[in-house]
Design a protein around this ligand. Structure first.
Ligand code: UDP
Length: 251
């Protein structure tokens, strides 16, 4: 797929990755801001309005818990990671509620069985939901410790045959140097997977980059802060930085 020089929405099936932090109001002690979740849901609804996009969503859990941080403070890593995966389920349920409030039909599928609150992740069932234009929220990460929800997004995108991964984050793309330290830092419109991996760019983890590279799935990294950005990204407007197999382009 040539992305995104081709016409807007040249993709049919997409995975949107939201970090857990995105659901928290900065400075608030509440882990989830219902107002922010509502805003995200309304933007997703607007993006889906034309009716031609199949969307899966992966939500992180960093607003509650990160396994690596707890492990650095002495907790067993695998146990800490299971706690992190359960955190993603809380975020997924909150997002499901808001999406339904906005009239978007959606299903939560959890990689850890939790029958009372979510379907269990079954690939073929998830594919069927997507094909019938139901949003699938993939909860509980991969279901395995030592992974991240970025990797979950890359994995689900690969197995669902998605055309693209959208990573909504707190920065508006990938820069050639730290824009907070260097006022002349330039943003890439396009960067190659190999560059991201060899330069150890922290915007997404290396496992996620590798998985998308191996399966030829571009990643669009964009800032979810400005209102309307999720809608713009999912509608195929040029936004943020596109990570692809092709060469790196500045500006
Ligand atoms: N996690 C895991 N396996 C997975 C996905 C997530 O063990 O497949 C755990 C891990 O501890 C991670 C936490 O869940 O720190 C929350 O996910 P993540 O840090 O990716 O959330 P985000 O930074 O996107 O909010």
């Amino acid at each position: 797929m040539s992305f995104p020089e081709s016409s807007p929405r040249s993709f049919k099936r997409a995975i949107l990755k939201l970090s857990g932090e995105a659901l928290r109001e900065p400075g608030s002690t509440d882990n989830i801001s219902p107002e922010i979740v509502e805003r995200i849901a309304s933007e997703v609804r607007d993006a889906l309005a034309p009716g031609d996009l199949e969307l899966g969503i992966v939500v992180g859990g960093g607003n509650f818990w990160r396994g690596a941080s707890a492990s650095a403070r002495g907790m067993d890593r695998a146990t800490a990671d299971y706690v992190g995966m359960l955190a993603t389920v809380m975020n997924s349920l909150a997002l499901q509620g808001s999406l339904e409030h906005h009239g978007v039909t959606c299903v939560v599928q959890s990689a850890i069985e939790m029958k009372n609150v979510a379907e269990t992740f079954i690939r073929r069932k998830a594919e069927r939901h997507l094909g019938e234009r139901r949003v699938v929220i993939f909860a509980a990460g991969t279901g395995s410790p030592f992974f991240s929800t970025d990797t979950t997004a890359a994995l689900r995108a690969s197995e669902m045959g998605a055309d693209v991964v959208f990573k909504a984050t707190m920065v508006d793309g990938v820069y050639d140097s730290d824009p907070k330290k260097n006022p002349d830092a330039k943003r890439y419109s396009r960067i190659g997977f190999q560059d991201c991996i060899s330069r150890q760019l922290k915007v997404m983890d290396a496992t996620a980059f590798s998985l998308c590279m191996d399966n030829n799935i571009p990643i669009v990294i964009f800032d979810l802060g400005p209102a309307g950005n999720i809608t713009k990204a999912l509608r195929g407007e040029q936004i943020g930085t596109v990570v692809t197999g092709t060469e790196t382009v500045l500006g």
